[in-house]
Design a protein around this ligand. Sequence first.
Ligand code: ZN
Length: 341
Amino acid sequence: MDTQAAPFQIVPARPADREALAALLVETVAGNGSVGFMHPLAPDRALAFWDEALAAAARGERVVLCAWADGQLLGSGSLVPVQAPSQPHRAELTKVMVAPAARGAGVGAALVKALEQAAGRLGRRLLTLDASLVEGPAAFYRGLGYHVAGDIPEYAYKPLGGLGATRVMWKLLDARSAPRRAPADPGADARYMGLALDLAARAEQEFDEIPVGAVLVSAAGQVIGEGWNRNIRDHDPSAHAEIVAMRQAGQALGNHRLVGTTLYVTLEPCSMCAMAIVHARVARVVYGARDPKTGACGSVFDVTGDPRHNHRVQVQGGVLGEEAGARLTRYFRAKRGKPSS
Ligand SMILES: [Zn+2]
């Protein structure tokens, strides 16, 4: 937290807050927020929900926090310690809501952090939640260090109708995090990504492959592996750019461990490549464009960030990402434009 006073206060909910909480719940549901209810939510039902939730809080079976500024309720979030005797260490994050007028001010992140602190005080070190995939709350939790367990299709009806998928997420509060290693040469990331983009261009122009390029760089800053997608040309389902670059580096080093290296790749690695990166002990992955369909560095799966691995991989996305993404988009658009062979 910075030293500047927050423009809002986060405090436990009191019974007197029931009306404000009910109004927030009704507003959230009306805005198609997935919090368990269908629109329109009658105020009486919202009040009944909070009366029960606040009673549970009084019994120590729930934590309800509110974010206030000048007497206005900006948001609320709940933590439910799991009652099963086999899970004395787990709690569920639920009903995290921010009033539309207060969005973008960090209220949601502050609520989640405060709920994590509350969990810590209760001895709950594993937090789980399910985030709707429709409005992007999954990305919000990902930014707060939550891992993707997986997606469940047709999980729940949206308040305004239609079945929506959910993303099950989790966070171990005491898990080690990847060491932050800033590059010694701040221009290096863009430079090596530029090389990877050149390789992506070659893949497309010379071999008509999907334009993805990868460069593996040693701790000393030497390029020890280069690759681009070769699936079609090599009849090889595993010949993604990252695999090709790591294979080349392994040959060059005479070692299957690529300790201390940084992998630059124009597109977020898939699960196969991410797992190979973990196996190879690559220190850092820098990728360009996110892959919302198969990305395994947090977008869809979180293979590199999973704290169950012994090896920590530091991940940074978005380096020259627009350029990398635009090339892929052009490629697929041109492919679709051609008659199928
Ligand atoms: Zn891959």
